[in-house]
Design a protein around this ligand. Structure first.
Ligand code: ADP
Ligand code: FBP
Ligand code: MG
Length: 509
């Protein structure tokens, strides 16, 4: 059972055969005798024809879908979607939306769909935009949001509301919510933002306010746990292909050409891993989770030399958080943080490019031609692609349904292809990382045919530090053609640890 040191204990319901529901808070947990109203969707012609449109209140979604015949049913989350009864009258709702942290493709789509969802599904017309992240609650004017105002914002990158790091003053934020009479708060942001949303929810609850706090997880890094993937990630992987392609064209057009592409990923290398797997032009992918070394036998320089001899060119993709220990060793140690407390990284792309150039400039080495491409902010600033747009729409609508139904203190998220309400504590308890002892990283290594750069000692440490399997793609739910229809026979140690992470992309079912 997850530990929980926050002020509000997690609601956990136990059922038969090891069934566990990690439930989300509801107004009725702390406000007695609240009136309810029939969901206005009942009389909405678009929905009234849909069979079983309302989600059954006992519907839950399992976190693990790969099970053995005698394994316990495990953790479940409440299924997202409209409920028969709502806890707000349409004209009573005063909603606000805030975006925090770094940019990510799809932010504007989520904003748009919250505004349109509230208006078209629930007849809510009072929606405010908070300007410039959390600090905007108390230091800036608000922006009125209507379906007309947000009509074509999904065609733009960034966020029309602005964003920021730092500036989270819980007391001032909740005062502002209370003073403005806001009763639904939609908070779009990454791990830091969701931690901020947790303390806002706790303060709102302490004050006994009927204010729904709903989180929509955002991060291009895809480092939010539990959920299948975060919005904008697909777009980022797709856009990264352009940079990788350019690096490949440059590299193969010149003798001993090397293209180096840096991609985002402060603590986790998901974008680099997926962009590499998608591209097929990448010879080597370096991520924060997998240590590597430059000199000597089995090191990066030796591999580059070998690949250049074989192919005459090569492409290296490096995630921005990779090799930070090597940088700190060779450059002056820098321990700076941004306003939110995130570690500020040194430019590993530039550093590794210099290192490679210096190495191959030595007398006995082959002359190389290296081109370094840093598309990181260009990738982050684009509009979301079609599949992310659909995903953003469903996330936004789930958040609206949840808040209208009286749920609070929740994050919406896709779990095994189903939309769910996840308690904040679960989202905040750890960061999602590529597990290098998983099958997915092994697939990458066999696709690029690069060395793992791991010493037996590194491997031992990686195994010890092993996290719960990455949710992005597990077992039977993946559209991994190679495994389709095969009965899985995990190695003995996996059978014992119950670790069946597979990391194929999940399909909506
Ligand atoms: N532990 C925390 N408690 C309260 N607010 C936090 C916490 N961590 C981060 N925040 C706030 O969340 C916002 C976004 O955090 P940041 O880490 O910059 O981005 P992201 O949410 O994308 O991870 C910032 O305004 C920051 O002050
Ligand atoms: O926006 P900044 O301050 O330049 O920070 C860049 C960082 O933001 C990210 O794009 C996303 O991080 P968050 O999701 O935490 O905002 C990281 O990949 C990158 O390291
Ligand atoms: Mg973050």
């Amino acid at each position: 059972m997850p530990s929980n040191d926050s002020d509000s204990p997690m609601k956990i319901v136990h059922g038969d055969a090891g069934y566990i529901l990690e439930d989300v808070p509801h107004f009725t947990d702390y406000i007695p005798n609240l009136p309810t109203y029939p969901n206005p969707l009942r009389s909405n012609p678009a929905y009234s024809v849909v069979k079983q449109y309302f989600v059954h209140m006992d519907d839950t979604v399992p976190q693990k879908v790969v099970v053995h015949k005698d394994s316990p049913r495990g953790i479940h989350f409440r299924r997202a979607g409209p409920r028969q009864k709502v806890y707000f009258k349409s004209d009573e709702v005063h909603a606000c939306i805030v975006t925090c942290g770094g940019l990510c493709p799809g932010l504007n789509t989520v904003i748009r769909e919250i505004v349109c969802g509230l208006s078209y599904m629930y007849g809510v017309n009072k929606v405010l935009g908070i300007d410039g992240g959390y600090r905007g609650f108390y230091s800036k004017n608000t922006i009125t949001l209507t379906p007309k105002v947000v009509n074509d914002i999904h065609k733009r990158g960034g966020t029309i509301l602005g964003t920021s790091r730092g500036g989270h003053d819980t007391g001032k934020i909740v005062d502002s919510i209370q003073d403005r009479g806001i009763n639904q708060v939609y908070i779009i942001g990454g791990d830091g933002t969701q931690r901020g949303a947790t303390v806002i929810y706790e303060e709102v609850r302490r004050r006994g306010l009927k204010v729904a706090i709903a989180g929509i997880p955002k991060t291009i890094d895809n480092d939010i746990p539990v959920i299948d993937k975060s919005f904008g990630f697909d777009t980022a992987v797709e856009e990264a292909q352009r940079a990788i392609n350019a690096a490949h064209v440059e590299a193969e057009s010149i003798e001993n050409g090397i293209g180096v592409v840096k991609l985002m990923g402060r603590y986790s290398g998901f974008i680099a891993m997926y962009a590499t797997l998608a591209s097929r032009d990448v010879d080597c992918c370096l991520i924060p989770e997998s240590p590597f070394y430059l000199e000597g036998k089995g090191g990066l320089f030796e591999f580059i030399q070998k690949r250049l001899k074989e192919n005459g060119h090569m492409v290296i993709v490096i995630a921005e958080g990779a090799g930070q220990d090597l940088l700190t060793e060779s450059m002056q140690a820098m321990d700076q943080k941004d306003a939110s407390g995130n570690k500020l990284l040194q430019d590993v792309g530039l550093w590794i490019s210099h290192k490679i150039k210096d190495h191959f400039a030595r007398k006995d080495k082959i002359p190389i031609n290296l081109k370094y491409i840093d598309p990181t902010y260009m990738i982050r600033a684009i509009q979301s692609n079609a599949s992310d747009n659909v995903y953003c729409t469903l996330l936004a609508q789930s958040a609206v349904h949840g808040a209208m139904a009286g749920y609070t203190g929740f994050t919406v998220g896709l779990v095994n292809g189903r939309h769910t309400y996840i308690p904040f504590n679960r989202i905040n308890e750890r960061q999602n990382k590529v597990v290098i002892t998983d099958r997915m990283w092994a697939r990458l290594l066999s696709s690029t045919n690069q060395p793992s750069f791991l010493s037996p000692k590194d491997l031992e440490e990686a195994k010890k530090a092993e996290q719960p399997p990455t949710e992005l793609l597990e077992g039977n739910n993946c559209n991994d053609v190679g495994d389709a229809g095969k009965e899985e026979q995990p190695p003995k140690d996996e059978q014992e640890s119950g670790n069946h992470a597979d990391n194929g992309i999940k399909t909506e079912n």
